[in-house]
Design a protein around this ligand. Structure first.
Ligand SMILES: Cc1ncc(COP(=O)(O)O)c(C=O)c1O
Length: 430
């Protein structure tokens, strides 16, 4: 337990990861606690993007696909992401959005089950999954002749029965920050004959993940959150090699059969023949400028590897959320906040969420004071409460940030500053 501001400063001074903060452009006077939504800007990104635009695109022109190795970039970045999520080189494809990759992975999983276990008719997920996951699942279920069943997180194991074709889950819940046991649920799903599709949007770069160790089936993840790839950064998709090997053997495909997922795209033949391995999950041309920015984000993780890597990052992330939760609960008691993130570190991602009916206005008052988190609306029909989310990115967040953010929250609540009408006007993005 950190007992004073001085102690928080001392923890920063002793932090083995403290040098990583210098890798980022962070505005003066801002405590950035929204890296779970949009990661901060790595210092190296602007120059790299400028070089890509002015040199590689401007002067190299189309030659840069070969001379600047643009054509190999997706694979190279995929291999870097693999080191963070327990995938081997060559197993991850980078490009498209998380939503599009989820469509591909979920369609592939449903297709495999349709031929192996056609009597299974359920696509199972969690009711409080991120909306895009549920929307994509609706479409895949409709196309594959499955029915989508949504249950509460605690009931998942009970619903994994002979009827379930695919279990699709987000590893760390975007609202509560609650983390599933990926290995355990994969084991239960497999024992029931189901395949798993994991969304690692709030996990990759935030918590240790071991996809191969867990024998998971498919996974997708996001480039613009903890990987710091920039707004709209390309996402990624992984399939276990046992599935891609089978898809190779049987000539199976995922439905978005674009030309760069063809075995020989520059043969320009009229009939599709899928590339081998994860290559068949590539669709169209990758956004090279955005890929270069994402590569910069991943290079920071390479620097973190020399300082203890994901194990050290995870330890600091838990220490930061522990400090923030304890401080908020001690100085904001009686102000109507309710912690919705699990206290148990085994169940906690890298964020702390507090429910409060007026969370939106409180967050706007915090943002005006330089503490940037975000707000997620609740829904009476699902029992979800209005939430304030505070993301803790151990690459650049300091203990003093967690301490000061809690103090500023206490001031906003204690003074009632958030009651000002201007803080209640909803912007398009919350
Ligand atoms: C769990 C989860 N999955 C998917 C997405 C959306 O990803 P994309 O915008 O890349 O499709 C988000 C965005 O916040 C998310 O939190």
């Amino acid at each position: 337990m950190t007992a004073s501001r001085e102690e928080a400063l001392a923890r920063d001074a002793a932090d083995p990861l403290r040098s990583l903060r210098d890798e980022f452009e962070l505005p003066e006077g801002v405590i950035y606690l929204d890296g779970n939504s949009l990661g901060a800007l790595p210092r190296r990104t602007a120059a790299r993007v400028a070089t890509t635009i002015e040199g590689e695109w401007g002067r190299g022109l189309i030659r840069s696909w070969n001379t600047a190795c643009w054509i190999d970039l997706a694979q190279a970045i995929g291999d870097c992401i693999g080191t963070l999520v327990g995938a081997a080189p060559g197993e991850i494809s980078v490009g498209d959005s998380t939503s599009v990759n989820l469509f591909k992975a979920l369609s592939a999983a449903s297709g495999l089950q349709k031929s192996d276990a056609p009597s299974r008719t359920t696509l199972l997920s969690e009711r409080s999954n991120f909306p895009t996951d549920l929307y994509i699942a609706e479409s895949v279920a409709a196309a594959a002749g499955l029915k989508l069943r949504l249950v509460d997180a605690g009931d998942l194991a009970d619903h994994l029965n002979h009827d379930v074709a695919v279990l699709m889950l987000t590893h760390v819940n975007y609202r509560s920050g609650r983390m599933h046991d990926l290995a355990d649920l994969t084991r239960i799903a497999h024992a029931a004959g189901a395949l798993t599709v994991w969304d690692l949007a709030h996990s990759a770069g935030a918590v240790p993940v071991d996809l191969l160790g867990a024998e998971a089936d498919f996974a997708v993840g996001c480039g613009y959150k903890y990987l710091n790839g920039g707004p709209g950064a390309p996402a990624f998709v992984w399939a276990h090699p046992r599935h891609t090997a089978r898809m190779d053997r049987e000539g199976l495909r995922q439905p978005l059969s674009g030309w760069l997922g063809h075995a020989a795209p520059f043969d320009f033949v009229p009939v599709y023949r899928p590339a081998s391995g994860i290559g068949r999950f590539v669709c169209g041309t990758p956004p090279i400028v955005a890929m270069k920015a994402l590569q910069c984000g991943l290079e920071v993780f390479a620097a973190a590897n020399a300082l203890g890597g994901m194990t050290a990052l995870r330890a600091k992330s838990l220490a930061l959320t522990d400090l923030f939760i304890a401080r908020v609960e001690s100085i904001c008691a009686g102000q109507g906040l309710e912690l919705t993130t699990p206290r148990d570190p085994a169940l906690r991602g890298s964020q702390a969420s507090f429910a409060h009916a007026d969370g939106y206005a409180i967050m706007q008052a915090l943002i005006e004071r330089g503490v940037i988190g975000d707000f997620r609306a609740g829904h009476a029909e699902t029992g979800e409460q209005n939430l304030m989310r505070f993301g803790f990115t151990p690459l650049y967040t300091r203990y003093i940030d967690a301490w000061d953010a809690a103090d500023i929250l206490a001031e906003v609540l204690g003074s009632g500053a958030w009651r000002e009408p201007r803080f209640h006007r909803r912007a398009a993005v919350t």
